[in-house]
Design a protein around this ligand. Structure first.
Ligand SMILES: Nc1nc2c(c(=O)[nH]1)N[C@H]1C(S)=C(S)[C@@H](COP(=O)(O)O)O[C@H]1N2
Ligand SMILES: [Mo]
Length: 374
């Protein structure tokens, strides 16, 4: 069993530039300028844990066991090696984003890790299609939801699983949903759920179960740890801060909203007056594709179209760039705002407040100083 001290040492060794939260589980994020690459390097990729890390699996991962049971004709146990031998290997570039992204922007503050703009990354995920594995087991007509199981435990000593979430069977059977064993062409590292995790492009990170060893098909929505009450759920009617919460009016988050991040220039940048400034970053969304990105260099008075790279893969993030002449001297605030094809656009200040602080896709603001030529 790991201790939080050993977990912190591991993080410092593998991801020295991440900002770690002062928490009893290991949680850390990168600053936006470390995310300025189409494929986020593992070193800059955020880490999110609901409990203590499980024991690290030693060995090459080939013997890692994975079983399927529940609403299937033929329950089965494979090793990772057998999965690779029996099913086609596919790779997908996709964003992994925590539902708590931007939580630090809610007012009043909510419970939970106060994530800024770092719990997101876009990686190349390689694995087998979950659909292929489930089909081999014979999915029964009554199957409606998956339940995912791993060995990590809650950090309160209760002995309960840290997290056991699931996804609707339609998403489990979708071609983008993988049992992933590689990230960016390397064996999936321990901190990211290696040897085996679920990859569910479009869904919040909570659905991307790490260290998965068992998947059950269920005849109802899963009710495992972090799957009930207000955990990873949003109210279907507005809730005001301080109001009593009716858990019956909360629904599981199954889609991530349109969002964007400025990766350059960095917060507190300086820039020479009357010269061109490149603003760049990435935009992404869950199941509804992106339409456009606009940028502003005057705190939101005037908006300019940014160039948005074509969609190459449906669930990857897309580079945007704009070059603006900036007058000066003085303080300047840059903003980027993405819109999806359904016409939904990022809120300027905050997404609707909700008790657990999920889904804050507010416009990213980067402040700097335009300096006159000396
Ligand atoms: N077993 C397990 N899987 C998990 C979690 C966890 O605590 N335990 N956290 C989830 C959440 S909330 C997120 S956002 C992603 C984070 O993945 P990462 O740590 O690889 O960035 O893992 C998900 N999978
Ligand atoms: Mo998350």
């Amino acid at each position: 069993m790991s201790t939080i001290e050993s977990e912190r040492r591991l993080l410092a060794a593998l991801k020295p530039r991440l900002r770690r939260f002062d928490d009893n589980a290991l949680n850390a994020e990168a600053s936006p300028e470390l995310l300025d690459a189409a494929i986020t390097p593992v070193e800059s990729f955020f880490v999110r844990n609901n409990g203590w890390l499980p024991d690290e699996y030693k060995g090459d991962g080939g013997a890692w066991p994975f079983s399927v049971d529940g609403e299937v004709e033929r329950p089965e146990t494979w090793t990772l090696l057998k999965l690779r031998e029996n099913f086609k290997t596919v790779s997908i570039t996709a964003v992994l984003e925590c539902a708590g992204y931007g939580r630090d922007g809610f007012s009043p503050p909510t419970d939970g890790v106060p994530w800024g703009r770092g719990p997101v990354g876009c990686a190349r995920w390689t694995g087998v299609r979950l659909a292929d594995v489930l089909r081999a087991c014979g999915v029964k007509p009554g199957a409606v939801y998956t339940g995912h199981h791993s060995a990590d435990l809650q950090a309160d000593g209760s002995g309960r699983a840290a997290m056991s979430r699931g996804i609707p069977v339609e998403k489990a059977m979708a071609p983008e949903t993988l049992l992933a064993f590689e990230m960016n062409g390397e064996p999936l590292s321990f901190l990211h759920g290696g040897p085996l995790r679920v990859a569910v492009p479009g869904f919040p990170g909570s659905a991307w179960q790490k260290w998965i060893s068992r998947l059950e098909l269920r005849d109802r929505e899963h009710d495992g740890e972090k799957m009930r009450g207000t955990d990873y759920r949003l109210p279907v009617v507005p809730v005001r801060p301080g109001e009593p919460v009716n858990e019956a009016q909360f629904k599981v988050i199954t889609d991530m909203p349109v969002n964007s991040l400025i990766t350059a220039p960095a917060q507190n940048f300086t820039h020479a007056e009357n010269s061109a400034l490149e603003i760049r970053g990435f935009a992404w969304s869950g199941h509804v594709p992106l339409a456009s990105v606009t940028v502003s260099a005057d705190g939101g008075n005037e908006w300019h179209a940014a160039h948005l790279e074509d969609e190459v893969e449906r669930f990857a993030w897309r580079r945007f760039r704009a070059t603006l002449e900036i007058a000066g001297p003085g303080p300047v605030e840059l903003m980027a705002r993405a819109t999806d094809i359904a016409g939904r656009t990022q809120p300027l200040d905050s997404a609707p407040w909700n008790p657990r602080g999920y889904g804050n896709n507010a416009v990213h603001r980067v402040r700097g100083e335009v300096r006159g030529k000396a």
